[in-house]
Design a protein around this ligand. Sequence first.
Ligand code: ZN
Length: 323
Amino acid sequence: MSFSSMVKEEVSSKHTGGSIARHCALAELCGFTVYGAETGESTLTLHYGTDSKAIARRIEFLLKKTFQVTPEVRCEYRERRGAGDTVSGYYELFIKDPDQVEKIFQAMKLEIGDLPLPEMCVPAPRLLLSSDCCRRSFFRSAFLMAGTMSNPEKSYHFELPCRREEQALQLTEILESFGMNAKITRRKKYHVVYMKGGDQISDLLGLLGAHKALLDMENTRIYKEMREQVNRDFNFEMANLNKTVNAATEQTEEIMFIDSMVGLSSLPAELEEIARLRLASPESSLKELGELCNPPVGKSGVNHRLRRLKKVADNLRKEKGLF
Ligand SMILES: [Zn+2]
């Protein structure tokens, strides 16, 4: 199941069965209606379609609870070609009694005469969205009908395509009233409301009441951040290690060159000591080499001696004309 479907499943099943205030029920039903219903062409009918059983149940619950209307429900199984060839259900709810449809529209303050047919695409009437609880309910059902959210393991992205600009503006206004900053972009004939970024998506899941998905996402986020930090640390260490190994290899080559030319015992005592120590422990750091000296010397002391060794090697090469 995609992350989007998971969130929708959680959001729609969570609120089924419980008690709900009439104002919130109307706002929620309005979201389902303007983002996912069709009206009949000739007679006044109302039709909702969704591929989620939980959403279909939710709409049915709201219609019964608020209007004592029992919609005619149809379920059709559709084969999905492609990965796994799954069969999924498509659920349709019909209200065919024009009186009932009219009653529902009036309660939601939707103007029947103004509705473009067959698809409805109007912003919700302002009266319906005057309080936080109702704005939240409306946004939730709009998301259930038309929104998508990407898998947080890949990216943090939410979007909801609207047919009309007024709808998109209304949604961004609602999100703004909850302190969220959504943007709008054009895609073909749609005005797409979108939000990006872990913090914003996290807030959005909170607004939708998808607490399990929110927790899952936060866990994924922590894991992702840790993995990135570990990678950064690892790369940093590898870079340093490579530097150390390269330097040690170069030092060893110089020392072996001196040995083959004049012998290490011809060197001043402190240089001979460090040369032999480096040959004996090619992987030791400068600090470790210094500790092996007698008496011990610091890192900069070791560095200084190694530079003098390099000079000796350079001079030998010059003398022998070996450039
Ligand atoms: Zn309310």
